[in-house]
Design a protein around this ligand. Structure first.
Ligand SMILES: Cc1cc2nc3c(=O)[nH]c(=O)nc-3n(C[C@H](O)[C@H](O)[C@H](O)COP(=O)(O)O)c2cc1C
Length: 173
């Protein structure tokens, strides 16, 4: 099996992290892989915000937890995350942003870094607090939060893959 297929089959969502940060050179490779995702008509509608600052990481965790109505850390202790947002003015923005998320998780796995998609970025960045955060970074535009790709070194092994459902694949011919 080639290395790409192996990564595609072996990547799993990690929900337990050590506090060690993701080294900068590895984070940069993950971000670059995200930026090379295919996008509709190559409009490159997504943007990524890499968060390594603990204060902002904790702020996003709190905002995300509030959407769910809990106070537990939805980022499972991960020290680093990449928020993906995409420009609502581009018809394919949701697909574009989702594919960036896929690239990020796969790149992380291939580099020995655990990851998981954490949802509710839409609610987070539609809120006044989220909009203010974007403004403070100089980000202006009609952006919708697509997801958070949390990153870090696995503390406990991830769950193994669930069996694939029946009739996942249909074939013609
Ligand atoms: C759109 C989307 C949203 C997700 N949101 C969350 C989330 O908020 N919290 C979480 O722990 N996992 C989340 N996940 C991870 C899924 O639960 C996980 O991919 C699924 O259980 C399959 O496991 P695997 O990634 O290990 O194959 C999300 C995944 C996707 C694609």
């Amino acid at each position: 099996m080639n290395e790409t297929i192996k990564s595609l089959l072996e990547r799993r969502s990690c929900r337990s992290y050590k506090s060690d940060p993701v080294p900068e050179d590895i984070l940069n490779q993950i971000l670059e892989a995200g930026s090379y995702a295919a996008t509709g008509m190559n409009r490159q509608s997504p943007i990524m915000i890499a968060v390594t600052d603990k204060k902002i990481r904790d702020q996003l965790s709190r905002m995300n937890a509030a959407v769910m109505g809990t106070d537990r850390d939805p980022f499972y202790g991960a020290p680093t995350l990449i928020v993906v947002l995409a420009d609502r003015n581009v018809p394919t923005y949701l697909y574009d942003g989702s594919l960036v998320m896929g690239n990020l998780m796969l790149a992380a796995h291939s580099l020995g870094i655990g990851s998981c998609w954490i949802h509710r970025a839409k609610e987070e960045f539609d809120s006044e607090e989220g909009k203010a955060l974007l403004r403070s970074l100089g980000i202006e535009g009609n952006y919708e939060g697509i997801g958070h790709c949390i990153l870090g070194y696995e503390k406990e092994p991830c769950n193994s893959a669930a069996p694939r459902k029946n009739n996942y694949i249909y074939r013609i011919g």
